[in-house]
Design a binder for this molecule. Structure first.
Ligand code: PMP
Length: 387
C-alpha cells in the first residue's frame, strides 16, 4: 500500500540491474560447474569467467584480461593491493603513503603493515574540498617508499583526485600507485591507462552488479604477493573456487556501463544539480561538501544548519539516504572525511549524504527536495537563525 522510500543511497550500494540478474540466473540454476573441472560443466563456467574478465578489462581500459583478478569486493582488493605490493617489494621496514580521507579498508590495510610488518606510514592531508596536492605526495616520499595509495573518488563527498599528476611523481621512482576506485567505475570515470595507476580496486555492487564480488586491476609487471593461498585460482593471486554467478553478474554490469549509448553521468549530474539548487535555496545556510566541479556526478553531501542528520533521517521515512557515509553509520563517531576537510564535530553530525544513480527519476528528485525541506524546517523552525 505505502510507496517504498525514494532511494538516494547509490554510494552505499546500487540495485541489481535486470540484465545482470538474467545473465547470472543460468549459473545459479543449471550451470553449476567448477571452472577448474575439465568436463563440459567446468569448461562452461571457465568460459563464462573468461568473458566476464574481458568485460571488466574493457570497463577499466586494461590492456589484457590477465590484469584483472576477481576478489570478494573492494575491501579485499584494497587489502591485496596494499599488503601484497608492499610485502613483495620489502618484507619489513618499508614506507607507504596514503591520504587521510581513504575508505576504512585502505586505512586498515595500511595499519596492518605498520602493526605487523614494521612499516612506516604517511597520511597526506587534503584541502577544504577533499583534494590531495600531488606536491604533498612528492614531499612525503622517502628512499623506502614502495607504494602510494590514493582513492580515485571519495565515497562521502565525491571529490575526484588528480591521479595522473601523482603518477608523474611515483612512476619515475618505480613506486607502485594504487587507487581505490570502488565509487568511480559506475560513471565510466575510470581509465587505468589515462590515470597511469598500477593497481585499481573495484566493487560490483556499486555499479548495479551483485554484492560480494569485486576485482583488482594489476598492471602487467607489478610485483605482488598473494594474501590468500591454496588452490592457485586467479593465477595464484586469490585462491578459492570462484563465485561464478557473481563474476558473471559483475561482467554483465561492466558491459551495461561500457555499452551505454547516452552517457548516464550527464543525466545523473543534472538531477543532482537540480536537487542541490533546490535545497540550497529552500534551506538557507546549507553548504555543499566536496569539490564543486571535480566531484562524482551523483554525489550530494550537504551540511544543513542546526540539525542532527540522524534525527532528520529518522523522520524522513520517505527517503533512504545516509548520514556522512554508510560505513560510519552507527559508530557514533563523526566521519574522518568530514573532519579532514575542516568540518567541526557539530557540522559533521549535521551532514547528510544523498547519492543519485541511474534509477533515480526527476519525480524522485522533486519529491525528495520537498520532503527534505519540510522535514528540516520542522526540526529547525527558523533555519536562518540556526545557521
Ligand atoms: N572503498 C570505497 C571507496 C567504498 O565506497 C567501499 C564500499 N563502501 C569499499 C571500498 C568497500 O567495497 P566492498 O563493499 O566491495 O568491500
Amino acid at each position: 500500500m505505502s510507496t517504498p522510500p525514494i532511494y538516494l543511497d547509490h554510494q552505499a550500494t546500487t540495485p541489481l540491474a535486470k540484465g545482470v540478474l538474467e545473465a547470472m540466473l543460468p549459473f545459479l540454476i543449471s550451470e553449476h560447474g567448477n571452472p577448474s573441472s575439465s568436463h563440459i560443466y567446468g569448461r562452461t563456467a571457465a568460459r563464462a569467467i573468461r568473458a566476464a574478465r574481458g568485460q571488466v578489462r574493457d570497463l577499466v581500459g586494461a590492456k589484457s584480461e590477465l590484469e584483472i583478478v576477481f576478489t570478494s569486493g573492494a575491501t579485499e582488493a584494497n587489502h591485496l593491493a596494499i599488503v601484497g605490493v608492499a610485502l613483495a617489494a620489502r618484507p619489513t621496514g618499508g614506507h607507504i603513503v596514503t591520504t587521510v580521507i581513504e575508505h576504512k579498508s585502505v586505512l586498515a590495510a595500511c595499519q596492518r603493515l605498520v602493526d605487523h610488518h614494521g612499516y612506516s606510514l604517511t597520511r597526506v592531508g587534503v584541502d577544504g574540498y577533499g583534494r590531495v596536492d600531488p606536491a604533498e605526495v612528492a614531499a612525503a616520499l622517502t628512499a623506502n617508499t614502495v607504494l602510494v595509495s590514493v582513492m580515485h573518488s571519495n565515497n562521502e563527498i565525491g571529490t575526484l583526485q588528480r591521479l595522473a599528476a601523482i603518477a608523474e611523481i611515483t612512476a619515475p621512482r618505480g613506486i607502485a600507485l594504487h587507487t581505490d576506485a570502488a565509487q568511480s567505475a559506475d560513471c565510466g570515470l575510470l581509465d587505468v591507462a589515462e590515470l597511469r595507476v598500477d593497481l585499481a580496486s573495484l566493487s560490483a555492487h556499486k555499479l548495479h552488479g551483485p554484492k560480494g564480488i569485486g576485482a583488482l586491476y594489476i598492471r602487467a609487471g607489478t610485483r605482488i604477493t598473494a594474501q590468500q593461498t591454496g588452490g592457485g585460482q586467479e593465477r595464484g593471486l586469490r585462491a578459492g573456487t570462484p563465485n561464478v554467478p557473481a563474476i558473471v553478474g559483475f561482467g554483465s554490469a561492466a558491459h551495461l556501463i561500457t555499452s551505454d549509448a547516452i552517457p548516464p553521468p550527464t543525466r545523473i549530474r543534472a538531477l543532482r544539480d537540480r536537487l542541490q539548487d533546490h535545497l540550497l535555496t529552500s534551506i538557507p545556510g546549507t553548504t555543499v561538501n566536496g569539490h564543486p566541479i571535480r566531484r562524482l556526478p551523483g554525489n550530494l553531501s550537504l551540511t544543513l544548519p542546526g540539525i542532527e542528520a540522524t534525527d532528520l533521517l529518522n523522520r524522513l521515512t520517505g527517503i533512504a539516504a545516509s548520514t556522512g557515509s554508510a560505513c560510519n553509520t552507527g559508530s557514533g563517531e563523526p566521519s574522518h572525511v568530514l573532519t579532514a576537510i575542516g568540518l567541526t564535530r557539530d557540522q559533521a553530525r549535521a551532514t547528510l549524504r544523498l547519492s543519485i544513480g541511474r534509477t533515480t527519476t526527476r519525480a524522485d528528485i522533486d519529491h525528495a527536495a520537498d520532503l527534505i525541506t519540510r522535514t528540516t524546517h520542522a526540526l529547525t523552525p527558523d533555519p536562518t537563525s540556526a545557521a
